[in-house]
Write a protein that binds this ligand. Structure first.
Ligand SMILES: [Zn+2]
Length: 263
């Protein structure tokens, strides 16, 4: 009966998948990891609702199967979530490691009450946003789910390690296309290097236009596909450009490749 007098701890975070609660987290549990699993059809979504009612929603795209989530909340109230999608109810870590299953990494965010000023992440690269980690290679079967700073809608991207593929990349000014350029081509902005300015502008002039007629430029931002606001804003933060050695393109779109014509 003493439980009647025990004040019920209010939850810091409630997590819903397709509107159904899959877990909740209280302050007393921190740091904590919860691992709910749920079978979902394509078009499902995960929603995070914090203690002040702030909502963060990630659309999980055309993926279907058993979604095995890992929701972590740290003492500084940062919330990190990943999921691995397999065809079985039982989570098999090896399925992901062997590349047989797809993983989705959701952009970390801070719960209400955190002392972190989240405006510091606006327009910054994927390392600063906690979607890639320096010194750790993000497996190729990982999809990233980003949240636009402006319209707050989520979008799924495929990231590839430009360094490992010996290439540089450019985004189109429309934000819809990404072109990859071998680092054997003069002016190609190889990962972690500052390209020679003259060679870079010459290459920019030689690159074909994107299918929608927009141009590829080194400092074009990577944009939100919903509202077109810059997501990785290289125009504002050119210092982030050479360190962003993952090139990105939208899930369902094609990564273009530059093939110079030799005369
Ligand atoms: Zn947007």
């Amino acid at each position: 009966m003493f439980n009647l007098f025990k004040k019920k701890e209010t939850s810091l975070l409630t997590v819903l998948v397709n509107g159904e609660e899959v877990c909740s987290i209280t302050k007393g549990e921190l740091p904590v990891e919860k691992s709910p699993s749920m079978k979902c059809e394509a078009g499902c979504a995960i929603e995070f609702i914090d203690s002040e009612g702030h909502k963060t929603l990630h659309d999980l795209g055309n993926n279907s199967g058993w979604f095995h989530f890992s929701v972590r909340v740290h003492p500084n109230l940062a919330c990190q979530t990943d999921c691995v999608i397999t065809d079985s109810k039982q989570f098999d870590e090896n399925a992901f490691k062997q590349g047989k299953a797809v993983g989705i990494r959701m952009q970390p965010f801070f719960l209400s009450g955190s002392s972190t000023d989240t405006s510091i992440f606006v327009g910054r690269g994927l390392f600063k946003r906690g979607l890639h980690f320096s010194g750790t290679v993000t497996p190729g079967n990982t999809i990233l789910s980003c949240i636009c700073d402006s319209c707050h809608k989520s979008f799924l991207i495929q990231s590839y390690h430009a360094g490992f593929s010996n290439s540089g990349y450019f985004y189109s000014s429309s934000g819809k296309y990404t072109i990859t350029v071998s680092d054997q081509i003069e002016g190609s902005p190889a990962a972690l290097s500052d390209p020679n300015k003259d060679a870079l502008s010459k290459l920019e002039g030689e690159l074909p236009k994107a299918p929608d007629g927009s141009v590829f430029n080194y400092l074009n931002p990577f944009r939100c596909p919903h509202c077109n606001a810059p997501f990785i804003d290289f125009e504002k933060y050119p210092e982030d450009r050479s360190g962003e050695y993952y090139g990105n393109y939208f899930v369902g779109s094609e990564l273009l490749s530059y093939e110079p014509i030799h005369s």
